[in-house]
Design a protein around this ligand. Structure first.
Ligand SMILES: C[S@@+](CC[C@H](N)C(=O)[O-])C[C@H]1O[C@@H](n2cnc3c(N)ncnc32)[C@H](O)[C@@H]1O
Length: 339
């Protein structure tokens, strides 16, 4: 039976429509299945099918999911849970839910899977991401909480990023930078990382989101878009020439203070960046960190002090935009030179 999808505004109240939107936001970025608003859904689901069908339409059958699907396992778990919830109401099984599940069960596991992050403008940032937290010997192939936190902070502090020459250290696969480029319109954005696989996936993600890299297009005065580039930059082996070539007035980094072993080299690089700033330019550095180990975080702050750098904790932003685990503490430090 081919059920006609309901028009949301005809059959749903505002609360139900918001719930469908929350499912869409959480599903497209593959939020942990257990953290989706199932409890709220329990309260709203009735014998009538529209809500379950609306959620299906906004998730599994959404054009973004069709084009850039989350992992097969994620889609399977999601559909199984949605079907369970619907049937717990005592309602008739819905053919559309079962055909969607059959389609997923009969699909091949794709080589790449995607996560799509909804921006307040309605635009999306879609990333090809790995499923495992560590793969290919790096933490850089997934998006971390501090990246999402810094991206939300940037959206709320657009003026700090607009028209700036931004250098990102340890960019990973690009979430923060792509959100900033789509929302804040910097003059130039340089993504950097040290890992070859990360750099390749980063370039793919930049193109996936409709941007071209600096070397791929010629910018004319009629085309004053942000210049994006990807550069290999290893904090441990950065050369003087590389530092001289960098031209930034705002340096940012997310979730790079996670290992006491890299704190010293990372801090040394921050100090060098001030030293190599082009004459007459004032530079700011923002480092967003998830405080998993207070000891490692304190070590970072002490090392900044010892290196002659000042730091201050910036106030959190107010608006939650992305779906991620907010139980952990994330902080942004603004780092400046001691004078
Ligand atoms: C935890 S991931 C964070 C990625 C991204 N910023 C995010 O928050 O989603 C740490 C990143 O730092 C990069 N990294 C680690 N050591 C590095 C080094 N010595 N030089 C440059 N990048 C490094 C890794 O390749 C990885 O992409």
């Amino acid at each position: 039976m081919d059920l006609q999808l309901p028009s949301n505004d005809q059959v749903m109240d505002a609360g139900q429509a918001t719930l469908c939107d929350t499912f869409q936001r959480d599903f497209l970025c593959c939020r942990r299945i257990g953290s989706l608003p199932w409890k709220e859904l329990d309260q709203e689901l009735t014998l009538e099918p529209p809500l379950a069908l609306c959620i299906l339409k906004k998730t599994i059958n959404h054009p973004v999911c069709r084009k850039y699907p989350p992992s097969l396992q994620y889609r399977r778990l999601f559909l199984s849970e949605l079907i369970k919830k619907h049937e717990r109401t005592g309602a008739e099984p819905l053919d559309d839910l079962y055909s969607a599940l059959a389609e997923v069960l009969n699909s091949e596991d794709p080589a790449v899977c995607y996560k799509s992050y909804c921006l307040p403008t309605g635009d999306l940032v879609t990333l090809s991401e790995n499923v495992a937290i560590v793969s290919e010997g790096t933490t850089g192939l997934v998006t971390w909480e501090a990246a999402l936190f810094l991206a939300e902070w940037a959206i709320e502090h657009n003026d700090i990023f607009n028209n700036r020459m931004i250098l990102e250290l340890g960019s990973g696969i690009g979430l923060t930078g792509l959100v900033i480029c789509k929302s804040c319109f910097p003059k130039k954005y340089t993504f950097t990382d040290c890992h070859q696989k990360v750099l390749q996936q980063l370039k793919d993600n930049i193109r996936l989101n409709g941007f071209m890299l600096e070397e791929e297009h010629s910018v004319t005065s009629e085309n004053p878009t942000t210049l994006l580039s990807v550069t290999e930059l290893d904090w441990e082996s950065v050369t003087e020439q590389q530092l001289l070539n960098l031209d930034a007035d705002l340096v940012i980094a997310a979730d790079v203070v996670y290992d006491p072993e890299i704190v010293t080299t990372f801090t040394k690089l921050l100090k060098q960046l001030f030293h190599y700033t082009k004459a007459g330019k004032k530079m700011e550095i923002l480092v967003a960190s998830t405080i998993r180990s207070p000891e490692t975080y304190r070590l970072f702050q002490r090392t900044l002090d010892d290196t002659g750098l000042r730091w201050q904790v910036l106030p959190d932003h107010k608006r939650n935009i992305f779906a991620y685990d907010r139980n952990c503490t994330v902080q942004i430090l603004k780092v400046t030179l001691q004078v």
